[in-house]
Design a protein around this ligand. Structure first.
Ligand SMILES: O=C(O)CCC(=O)C(=O)O
Ligand SMILES: [Mn+2]
Length: 214
């Protein structure tokens, strides 16, 4: 992890057993988070995927897009995403994330939560192509939503609830994906749009995967 990141006074280390999670608000993107939100809503060719959960097909409750270096195919919940080439905006954001965290990323999954009914079910980012200890840098734009993390084995470990502010960076690394699941719940209140960018590094493309991410 970069010294720059460790020294940031806005950096919060989330206290949780068997996990390494950091949260930084007001991440310097060089532009207002809202401007980035609206550019992404307008420019990205968003898709709603069908996913296979326990043998049944569902419409994913959000829109997605996948960008990255060529060759960084990614398979989850029965779908394989072939990346679109990086855009100037995504490359600029990636450079800033890499500089601050000291990590490198070759792909990014974009999630678009249109309103309060969009969500992401509990899952771990533990697909084989992400390697042994995946490092995931997650940026949020737009409506504040709650990320809930639950320990997979230790029933005494309290779930962690994090409000992800617009313009924030969440870094998950170490054993986090092995021991914890995370997800974005639906909300009962009405919500504006939110876009989340999760930068990842595909270590080796793999064809099949059994994990599900409803
Ligand atoms: O929207 C979020 O903050 C979570 C996204 C996520 O967990 C994922 O893309 O794997
Ligand atoms: Mn995830």
């Amino acid at each position: 992890m970069s010294e720059l990141f460790e020294k940031m006074d806005r950096l919060e280390t989330i206290r949780m057993p068997d996990g390494e999670v950091y949260y930084l608000n007001n991440f310097d993107l060089g532009r207002a988070p809202d401007a980035i939100l609206h550019q992404l809503i307008a420019d990205v060719p968003w898709r709603q995927e069908n996913i296979l959960v326990w043998g049944k097909m569902y419409r994913q409750p959000r829109l997605v897009a996948w960008y990255g270096d060529s060759g960084s195919d990614y398979t989850y919940s029965g779908i394989t995403l072939t990346p679109m080439p990086w855009t100037d905006l995504l490359l600029e954001v990636r450079t800033r994330v890499e500089t601050v965290t000291g990590e490198s990323f070759n792909s990014v999954l974009l999630n678009f939560y249109r309103d309060n009914r969009d969500s992401m079910g509990f899952h771990s980012d533990d697909e084989p192509e992400l390697g042994e200890r995946p490092v995931i840098a997650s940026l949020s734009f737009g409506e504040e939503r709650t990320l809930v993390l639950k320990h997979k084995l230790n029933k005494l470990a309290k779930p962690v609830r994090l409000r992800l502010e617009s313009g924030s960076l969440l870094l998950m690394k170490g054993e986090t994906q092995r021991y914890w699941k995370h997800g974005i719940a639906k909300e009962t209140r009405s919500c504006g749009p939110r876009i989340n960018l999760t930068f990842r590094s595909i270590v080796s493309p793999v064809r099949a995967s059994s994990t599900t991410r409803p």
